[in-house]
Design a protein around this ligand. Sequence first.
Ligand SMILES: Nc1nc2c(c(=O)[nH]1)N[C@H]1C(S)=C(S)[C@@H](COP(=O)(O)OP(=O)(O)OC[C@H]3O[C@@H](n4cnc5c(=O)[nH]c(N)nc54)[C@H](O)[C@@H]3O)O[C@H]1N2
Ligand SMILES: Nc1nc2c(c(=O)[nH]1)N[C@H]1C(S)=C(S)[C@@H](COP(=O)(O)OP(=O)(O)OC[C@H]3O[C@@H](n4cnc5c(=O)[nH]c(N)nc54)[C@H](O)[C@@H]3O)O[C@H]1N2
Ligand code: SF4
Ligand SMILES: [Mo]
Length: 702
Amino acid sequence: MNRDPWKIATHCCYCAVQCGMKVHVDPETRRVVGVEGNEAFPVNRGQMCVKGQTSSELLYHPERLRYPLMRCGGKFERVTWDDALDYTAKQLQRIQARYGKPCVGVYGGGALTNEKAYLLGKFARVALQTPNIDYNGRFCMSSGAAASIKTFGLDRGLTMPLADIPRAKCILLCGSNIIETLPPLMQYFKEAKKNGCTLIVIDPRQSATAKSADLHLAVRPGTDLALANALLCSLAEENLLDVPFLTERVRGFEEALIAARETSPAQAAEICGVPEKDIRRAARLFGKAATGMVLTARGAEQHSKGTDTACAYLNLLLATGKIGKPGCGGGPLTGQGNGQGGREHGQKADQLPGYRKIDNPEHRAYIASVWGVPEEEIPGAGKSAYELLDAVAQKQIRGLVVIGSNPAVSAPNTKHVNQGLEGLEFMAVADFFFSETAQRADVVFPVTQWAEEDGTVTNLEGRVILRRRASDPPGEARSDTFILLELAKRLGRGEYFPYQHTREIFEELRIASKGGAADYSGITWGRIEQEGGIFWPCPDIRHPGTPRMFTEKFATPDGKAQMQAVRYRPSAEEPDAEYPLRLTTGRYLQHYLSGNQTRRVAPLVKVKPRPLIEVHPDTAKRYGLTEGGMARLTTRRGSVVLSVKVTPTIRPDTIFAPFHWGGEQCINDLTNPALDPTSRMPEFKTCAVRIEREATETHTNR
Ligand SMILES: Nc1nc2c(c(=O)[nH]1)N[C@H]1C(S)=C(S)[C@@H](COP(=O)(O)OP(=O)(O)OC[C@H]3O[C@@H](n4cnc5c(=O)[nH]c(N)nc54)[C@H](O)[C@@H]3O)O[C@H]1N2
Ligand SMILES: Nc1nc2c(c(=O)[nH]1)N[C@H]1C(S)=C(S)[C@@H](COP(=O)(O)OP(=O)(O)OC[C@H]3O[C@@H](n4cnc5c(=O)[nH]c(N)nc54)[C@H](O)[C@@H]3O)O[C@H]1N2
Ligand code: SF4
Ligand SMILES: [Mo]
């Protein structure tokens, strides 16, 4: 409970840990003067990373958008809210009248609160009546989520609370660099290690996290599927299977093993560039441990075979019976602040609230009844994020509304994407800073930030929590909710959006999610405040919530988990004579995603002022590259010149670069938009690349 009225308990604006923080407000000026970690919040227990610690710098930043802007003859000019909203509604109506309703698209994000994500999905289907809504989570969680749905029948991110981690005796961490990406979670891993846990990290780089591991498997990018299958084979060979668990609770083990055996551990070792003895050792450590977890993140998932890879990792949990018990479980580590809730309530192209399916007649009928529209009026499934952006480039989509994403930097193959965005007849972007995407818009709406509004988010454990308003927004900034409600009114659909307060949107979400896979109906804002967060599913007001999933049965029709038979296949683009190396991409501790927020925070920029290309000393020698010198990276899609960091912590056949910068430093100009057939996830984590020395100035790298 929050006692001091000038220390307001809320949550960080960035990642999926959603650290509890107290926002300090000066009683006289009513301005936020700083933040501190909230010791009472059971997830971060007072810890925060540098991004959270510096988050209040975003609030009164001089570059905040303060007024609506409209492009007039190539320049942006300040306009009134009425003008901006009227013009937007008119343009959207004009485009829909001329080309058809699906020709307007909506692009959302995993930073949006549950209320906003729900509202955005409803806005697209009811106010615009377009099928084409999707969001940046497609680039984030989609493969991990798809694997959980295929295997367990449900995606709740982690199947267990973080508090279970210290009870695990062996943890496989697959393509996750927790020390930089979810730092406060390290306290749980440290506790586990103290209790005798073996930590195995699978990463092409000896990342900070890999350094802290007992065993590091430096896998070649794009080959985790072979590795995971080899682990399954080894578990079977060494009789480390949990046969009673497989018999009682799992289907498909035989088929999965047959598929895994198509590449032997020896062949897998060759494919992955990891010694066979290390693979076997990892299998023994995991198989023999009394409890254990398998956690995947984007390193394993952001591939054109990301879903199959995540399934192959989940197979290891099932094969050893390490799920549904204390110290056991796993699944994908969600990334964005509301990456979890954001993928449950309808901003996905194929989805309706409560994780319902848009092509399921019963699901449609139920949501139609909640929304008060005829079922036939709800459009069908639309295009996935990259396909939507590609449709923009192909001029199948002529108008776009972007809320909570910066695809001009974060989408793969950004040259193509940006050409598309620039060719749109109309684009509106809502943001609190002038992002690279906003710079290409016709109308820019200035919006409120996390500490300026109320709303719920769902963290990476599936815990639904409440963010609280602590400060007034600058200038004329208004909430995303205001924009959507005003636009709905102007589109003649205001009657379906009668909310006076954000809480009323949550009340509708509760009803809309009732009986769905992601059931929030027993959760209320009041309960969250009293209980410090509630884990879904929570189907009843008296239900305590569900921290640990699948204790007795899985969410499939017969209650059994379905192991997936998945076979190794190469990446969409393998190295060749012209592009001999692999490029993989990822994150720095100090920057967040497209960098539109963190590139404006001085203490963060001071530590990481620009992106660096990580190359192994052997590779550097071979291509005549030097520390701090410049190098040109070229793939089939584009070319970028960046400064070099020579480091033995990366595989010699691999190059790493972060994606937090746009413009000339945009690594996504190079990445491959090849999509996973199930999740529609692009292959951010591997493509074929060439590196050359570029004769320009030398920097001192930090
Ligand atoms: N500081 C910071 N924290 C963040 C974010 C941020 O932008 N900055 N973003 C948040 C979000 S939205 C997300 S999704 C999470 C992401 O969190 P992570 O998944 O931990 O982040 P990444 O750096 O993208 O990738 C993790 C690791 O995967 C490795 N990797 C690359 N290719 C492969 C491969 O083929 N196989 C394997 N096994 N590993 C590979 C990389 O070397 C890298 O160390 O972080 C969240 N937290
Ligand atoms: N090469 C490469 N590319 C990647 C990845 C990778 O690993 N490698 N990772 C991918 C992943 S995992 C992700 S999650 C994506 C994310 O990529 P983006 O979707 O671009 O993520 P952000 O930078 O968070 O963009 C959010 C934008 O919305 C604004 N914003 C934040 N909150 C709100 C809000 O509540 N309302 C409104 N209106 N605006 C808001 C921010 O200022 C920012 O401009 O990037 C993907 N791109
Ligand atoms: S960015 Fe994530 S880890 Fe860092 S303070 Fe915010 S919520 Fe916590
Ligand atoms: Mo993400």
